[in-house]
Design a binder for this molecule. Structure first.
Ligand SMILES: NC(=O)c1ccc[n+]([C@@H]2O[C@H](COP(=O)([O-])OP(=O)(O)OC[C@H]3O[C@@H](n4cnc5c(N)ncnc54)[C@H](O)[C@@H]3O)[C@@H](O)[C@H]2O)c1
Length: 409
């Protein structure tokens, strides 16, 4: 139950840049806040001019928040990145300033899964390629090399949010689903795990990649792996561009070992819509190329808006930091009749002892206390009796180790 906030909601200065989705804006209004909406990104000078008065800042990918901007924050409680990535924020500097940063990494899961399913069928029927040829005036009516996907084996590498959704969708199309993941993942539906990538490559008619970009996944699918795939199999990569060796894939497609491929991500992607897309895969038959649009849907944008707005509201009103990318994860249910103190401090020995001494000296009654730490900072939530909460907050705030302290009532 979210119901506490010490600072008047109407006076909280919430600034949402870069045209954040209306669903997020509506949520803030419903909860009694009046965010300022700005459709563009802010440059550094604009941020520096405004940042000291902002309590909550919402951005997307085009506003950079470096350490010298974060050093100028006085009131900033949190930054919401209404997108997937958080590279645009200096996360460590934010952490050291006691500012949790939230994003929405899984809001576009369904969008990616749907595109992958559509592509599996388009490739099985050579439909995209035939469509391209129709535009050139070629009528190529033939069943050669075209198949249904029912009873075919789909091999999923990386059985996380997206991989699992695809598994469920593929089963409802009648496919047999196998998967490989470095972590032991419980199967959904009747999917079966396999022991190695090689086992998966050998058994699959369609292989789809849904791994993150890590040192282990870089070049994970090269000529050796492609040669292990079935003759006439199909490869999809909607994960990260560095996972597949493009030259090796182009060769496997040209020499006919693979019957097709779909790619949404590339080792080097054009910086803007004005730049040319350069790739060895251009012009190869039955290769479906999309410009990194796996997660680009109206629904995903709305989900991102709602997820980040909810994370920010939970943090403002309860102190919860679940979903923060740079912060200790803390969430404690609100119990009525108490005041809540939130204290972010340097993670050095003796902090909890000093805080508990203060509690003992003022005779505070702690009804709940939760501490979580990173190597650099600690984050403490405490629910205490209302009559001493202000005094305790002031005394904790004045400890040398404290970075930020808030009282919710
Ligand atoms: N095309 C797009 O627009 C788009 C949109 C969203 C996500 N993505 C990308 O899709 C990928 C998957 O996203 P997700 O949300 O499912 O992530 P996730 O974290 O939920 O799942 C990734 C899975 O890969 C597994 N994994 C990690 N390393 C592995 C390895 N070496 N071998 C096998 N499995 C491994 C993990 O254990 C995890 O289960 C990410 O790279 C993400 O960036 C692309």
């Amino acid at each position: 139950m979210v119901n506490k906030v010490s600072f008047p909601r109407a006076k909280m200065n919430i600034v949402l840049l870069e045209g954040i989705h209306p669903a997020a804006v509506e949520l803030f209004h419903e909860r009694g806040y009046s965010p300022k909406l700005i459709s563009t990104a802010w440059q550094k000078d604009e941020l520096l001019a405004a940042i000291s008065d902002i309590h909550i800042l919402g951005i997307r990918s085009r506003t950079e928040i470096p350490s010298d901007v974060l050093a100028k924050t006085k009131r900033l409680l949190s930054v919401g990145c209404f997108c997937i990535g958080t590279n645009q924020v200096d996360l460590r500097a934010a952490e050291m300033n006691g500012i949790p940063v939230f994003n929405a990494p899984f809001s576009n899961t369904r969008s990616v899964a749907e595109l992958a399913m559509a592509e599996i069928i388009m490739l099985a029927r050579k439909a995209a390629w035939k469509s391209q040829r129709m535009h050139q005036g070629v009528w190529d009516k033939s069943a050669d090399g075209c198949c249904e996907i029912r009873h075919k084996v789909l091999g999923i590498i990386g059985y996380g949010h997206i991989g699992q959704q695809i598994g469920i969708l593929a089963e409802s199309f009648g496919m047999k689903v196998i998967y490989y993941d470095i972590l032991r993942k419980l199967p959904l539906g009747i999917a079966q795990t396999v022991e190695s990538i090689n086992d998966l490559l050998k058994a699959s008619d369609f292989v789809t990649l849904h791994v993150p970009e890590t040192p282990e996944t870089k070049g994970m699918i090269g000529s050796k792996e492609l040669s292990k795939m079935k003759q006439g199999a199909v490869l999809l990569n909607l994960s990260r561009g560095t996972v597949v060796d493009i030259a090796a894939l182009a060769e496997a497609l040209r020499n006919g070992h693979l019957a097709g491929a779909a790619l949404d991500v590339y080792p080097i992607e054009p910086g803007s819509n004005k730049d040319e897309f350069v790739s060895e895969l251009r012009g190869i038959p039955n290769v479906l190329l999309t410009p990194h649009i796996g997660g680009s849907t109206e629904e995903a944008q709305k989900n991102i808006g709602l997820e980040v707005a909810n994370s920010l509201l939970d943090f403002i009103e309860t102190g919860a930091t679940e979903g923060a990318v740079n912060f200790p994860k803390v969430a404690l249910a609100i119990v009525e009749g108490n005041h809540r103190i939130l204290n972010i401090h340097k993670n050095v020995p003796g902090v909890l002892g000093s805080i508990n001494n203060i509690m003992a000296e003022v005779g505070a009654n702690i009804s709940a206390q939760y501490l979580s730490t990173t190597a650099e900072i600690g984050y403490l939530i405490m629910d205490i009796n209302v009559d001493v909460s202000r005094e305790v907050t002031q005394r904790i705030e004045s400890l040398e180790t404290s970075i930020k302290t808030r009282l919710l009532f």
